[in-house]
Design a protein around this ligand. Structure first.
Ligand code: TXA
Ligand code: MG
Length: 315
């Protein structure tokens, strides 16, 4: 398949109209979008990514008025989160509208909904005129793409179009909050922090990831975010002497920085999150065998960052 690479949201939207899939930038990571009302187009997402079909997709909207097409009702807690955090890096899991295909929701009666804040994403969604279901635009199992070049590396020849933008701001995916239960539950930590959610809804909880009997967020059971290199979490001050062909990313300078093929020191957890997936991809290109990642405190963006680091380390 020929892949069109463009900076024009209106050209990209034409591919959606024709029932094709388009990769586009958001403030979290690049997404791979299809018309939520076109089952054939949704099938193309799973095929292009090699994604298991039991992993549900997030629907993206440009306007709040589009919510009625996607969900059956908006509980009061969800309404408060919408007012506080839309548009932004937050996905709300809500009861789905009966017309929404079970292909999009992987058989669930709920649907994840998010309104990106990225200007190009919004122009593109507006030009499409319909909500788009979109997972991250990577091959399944690879780190989510934070640049259009990363999308191209994974999906060139497999998708109809890539809408170009800059490197994404947040660098990790949106926070997924289940709003269908007694209290809001974080299914996946992400760009909106637990502390921020609790300023609006103090009762917000982190879902128990150990409850494997009924994984609420099916995607969380898959290996994710992993580079080809082995990822090792390091806790200062203990530090193993690096193996050959290794790299390091963290908040503090490692001992013997010259031992590493590639080193990145980040100012804070936000910058670490912003850089991580791109760092993983660059390490793979260099043929690095082991990536040492400094563990961080789990406050603020540290919660989402540690979630991704653990998944990359333990697979
Ligand atoms: O930031 C993001 O969320 C990006 C951009 C493109 O918007 N998208 C993204 O999609 O990360 P994806 O498909 O890679 O991850 C979606 C996550 C998965 O863990 C999935 O299981 C969960 O959201 N999810 C989606 N719909 C759900 C639902 N109805 N109930 C529970 N979890 C759901
Ligand atoms: Mg993904």
């Amino acid at each position: 398949m020929k892949t069109k690479i463009t900076q024009s949201p209106t050209i990209a939207a034409r591919f959606i109209e024709h029932g094709d899939v388009v990769a586009f930038p958001t403030e979290t990571v690049y997404g791979l979008g299809a018309n939520v009302f076109n089952e054939d187009a949704i099938r193309k997402i799973f095929a292009a990514k090699g994604r298991p079909t039991d992993n549900p997709l997030i629907a993206h909207i440009a306007e709040l008025s589009q919510l009625d097409q996607l969900v059956q009702e908006i509980p009061p807690a969800a309404q408060k989160l919408i007012e506080a955090f839309f548009p932004g890096p937050l996905t709300l899991v809500l009861p789905k509208h009966k017309t929404i295909s079970l292909l999009a929701t992987a058989g669930l009666q709920t649907i994840g909904v998010r309104m990106p804040s990225h200007p190009i994403a919004r122009q593109f969604l507006r030009a499409c005129g319909v909500p788009l279901v979109a997972p991250s635009a990577n091959l399944s199992g690879r780190p989510s793409p934070t640049t259009w070049q990363a999308v191209r590396d994974d999906l060139f020849g497999r998708i109809a179009c890539i809408l170009q933008g800059d490197q994404t701001k947040v660098g990790l995916e949106s926070t997924v909050v289940d709003c269908t239960g007694r209290v809001p539950q974080i299914l996946r930590a992400g760009g909106v922090t637990l502390e921020q959610l609790r300023t609006v809804l103090p009762e917000t909880e982190i879902a128990d990831a150990q409850d494997a009997s009924a994984p609420k967020s099916p995607g969380q059971k898959y290996r994710h975010y992993a580079p080809q290199a082995k990822v090792v979490l390091t806790h200062f001050p203990q530090f193993t002497v690096p193996a050959n062909e290794s790299a390091y990313i963290g908040l503090h300078e490692p001992p013997q920085p010259a031992m590493f093929d590639k080193v990145m020191i980040c100012r804070d957890a936000e910058q670490y999150a912003h850089a991580l997936f791109q760092f993983f991809r660059e390490c793979d290109e260099l043929g690095v065998k082991t990536i040492f990642c400094q563990a961080v405190g789990e406050e603020g963006m540290g919660l989402a960052l540690m979630d991704r680091l653990r998944r990359a380390a333990h697979g």
